[in-house]
Write a protein that binds this ligand. Structure first.
Ligand code: CP
Length: 330
């Protein structure tokens, strides 16, 4: 197991992640991916530590994989359900977090529909001089760092499953397609993928891909391009990541009908003929079949990495909890 000099306690954003930090996460996750293939999948690394999942917004993949990751590392887990919690009696989010602190929680994994809630809780934990770590599990349309890391891990593993690392992606091309504007996954992927020497091509309707996204790619090793025409983005791509229309975060944007959206931006087997012959498909989930991706393509094991993303998510979240937890003396 990698026992490196990991110094980051909170994981709130990938914007300032260094190349060394990415490679450490990738290599630690690779070790845990191997552990997950064993008959005995549990390791004692975080015995005695408490990981609390505070999900104020629905989740299937992220919440369960953080919980399973913590359990595989032998931590004790607490799961908060907003609908049956004392939030319904008027308790604030910060007081909820302080309640978990008082129970001896070491790491809090937080999802909220508003951007900045994990940062606000981390700031309060720091102000109180605690050693509690905050992991952002998705805040509004800001970021979803663990998803960005698991997507990076999944892409790197295509080239070297045992030794995934940033330099494997030099000269590769990925198209990220769909509702970029409302996607916290896209934000985190812009930071992680432009930390490599890849070409990152964003594609979507102009209402969901404003021009200002181009500015996020400057001064980074990777190159960022914007396209309102899907075909330009797909040309010779090694990877295509398609994103859900995040209707829950849309206010007054004019969208074409779902049928027209699928015709213009939906990923299908036919459309993939523009890409490299060995192109692979990613989707962070949940998927709306027949809208952003055809059902047939989603289920094609020669093309789709979607199930691998879910499995890899456990290993990456184990890596994050481990790197933070051992730094806390776990
Ligand atoms: N990718 C993702 O965040 O999925 P969940 O909403 O199911 O956690």
């Amino acid at each position: 197991m990698v026992t490196t000099n990991w110094n980051r306690r909170h994981i709130l954003s990938l914007a300032d992640f260094t190349a060394a930090e990415y490679d450490t996460v990738l290599q630690t996750a690779a070790s845990f991916r191997e552990v997950l293939g064993r008959r005995t999948k549990k390791v004692p690394a975080l015995q005695g530590q408490v990981v609390a999942n505070l999900f104020f917004e629905p989740s299937t993949r992220t919440r369960n994989s953080f919980e399973l990751a913590a359990k595989r590392l032998s931590a004790d887990t607490l799961n908060f359900a907003p609908g049956t919690s004392s939030l319904t009696k008027g308790e604030t989010i910060l007081d909820t977090a302080k309640t978990y602190l008082a129970m001896g929680t070491d790491m809090m994994v937080i999802r909220h529909r508003e951007a900045g809630v994990p940062l606000a809780i981390a700031s309060e934990m720091d102000r109180l001089n605690t050693q509690v770590a905050i992991l952002n599990a998705g805040d509004g349309q800001h970021e979803h760092p663990s998803q960005g890391l698991l997507d990076l891990f999944t892409i790197c593993r295509v080239f070297d499953p045992e030794n995934p690392r940033l330099d494997l992606l030099r000269g590769k091309k990925i198209a990220v397609v769909g509702d970029i504007l409302h996607s916290r996954v896209a934000r985190s992927n812009i930071w992680s993928l432009t930390a490599t020497e890849m070409e990152l091509h964003l594609a979507g309707p102009p209402t969901l891909l404003p021009k200002w996204f181009a500015g996020l790619g400057s001064d980074r090793p990777g190159k960022l391009f914007l396209h309102w025409s899907l075909d330009e983005a797909l040309a010779d791509a090694d990877f295509v990541m398609t994103l859900r229309l995040q209707k829950e975060r849309m206010t007054n944007y004019l969208l074409p009908s779902l049928r027209e959206y699928h015709q213009l931006y939906g990923i299908t087997t036919e459309r993939l003929k523009l890409c490299r012959p060995d192109v692979k498909i990613l989707h962070p989930g949940p998927v709306n079949r027949g809208v952003e991706i055809s059902s047939e393509l989603m289920d094609n094991p020669d093309r789709s990495l979607i199930s691998q993303q879910v499995t890899n998510g456990i290993a990456v979240r184990m890596a994050l909890l481990y790197l933070i937890g051992v730094g806390k003396g776990g």
